[in-house]
Ligand binder design. Sequence first.
Ligand code: ADP
Ligand code: MG
Length: 379
Amino acid sequence: MRSIRAIKVLDSIPVLLRTSLNAPVKDGKVTQAFRLKSALPTINYLRERHARVILISHVSGAGVETLRPMYEAMKVWIPDLQFCEVATGPQAREAVRALPPGGVLMLENLRRNPGEETNDPAFAKELASLGDVFVQDSFDVCHRTHASVVGVPAFLPSYAGFTLEREVTELHTAMKPKHPALAIIAGAKFSTKEPLLKILLKSYDHVAVGGALANDFIHVQGHATGASLVSKEGQESVRALLKNRRLIVPHDVVVAPPKSTRAAGRQTVVSDIGPHEAALDIGPDSVAKLCELIRKAKTVLWNGPLGLYEQGFTDATLALARAIAASKARSIVGGGDTIAAIESLELSEQFSFISTGGGAMLDYLADGSLPGLDALQVR
Ligand code: ADP
Ligand code: MG
């Protein structure tokens, strides 16, 4: 991968910058600026060298189809930022032509064009025609074979932006952890986390499961899980993983009727989940045990909220975040919901590194590569 620093001439050059502006939006306003702030170092580097910066990104999520809220939010940092209502075609070409050296233009949501997700070569070529150079800085989409990820680099000299570089460096280090090393993998959906669990059990001293993911293990251990969220698939794999002595499964949980809030919670051991109760957080004894391991650890990798945080089951997540913040361990944290939980609890400053990637982080850690990174390799 070539670094953005290797681009020799930037003055007046139109640079197509695939960035990550997919921030959460509510009532037409960006609610969390983490991703937008992460995009700034690369944008500023290009501006300061008088490139003509063309920002391309997608936004997805219920009812959100436009990047306008991100444009409004970014103007705080880039007052002369411009916006174009389309990503390709005459209007986009004209907007690029009119862009002065050092100027920044944001094009509209790439996913409005079906060619983005299908990686239509005609769409990729048209996007690529807007710039002389391509910079990939959106690590979070690098696991997808979309036009702005794997299509465009086929047409332009391509480089890695600072966010992407840092992601790759940090996650690479996470795979060669300093010991003692602790991984905490929680959240939901066993199938998406299974490859990672397997890999981590090879290089980490302890791998703890939490959240709904832990329910799958509790279930296979033979305990009744009542109304808990449990995966239907993967029981054989769970059984195999349970044999590994590095794996830590919580021994107590907070249970409540599935739709209830924290106030209804009851702490108990995993063998005592009632038929109408769901395990919605891991329990304080299990948390204390993890905090003890965190205190001794040199590396802590964490993905996935430990409980149903949207309904207030945040005790374990908060306690762990605080323990990680207080420890000297190198801490690497990531995952879409994990970041959302950390941000809503105002803990983002507490970690050595927060990955902007959800699925991309999981895939990179499990496979050691991603389609979008392979596409940047010099051919
Ligand atoms: P990430 O996006 O950080 O990788 P996941 O998508 O794997 O995390 O999982 C996050 C989801 O898991 C959240 O919606 C969270 O509420 C849910 N969750 C965590 N623990 C539980 C639980 N015990 N029961 C039900 N849902 C849970
Ligand atoms: Mg998620």
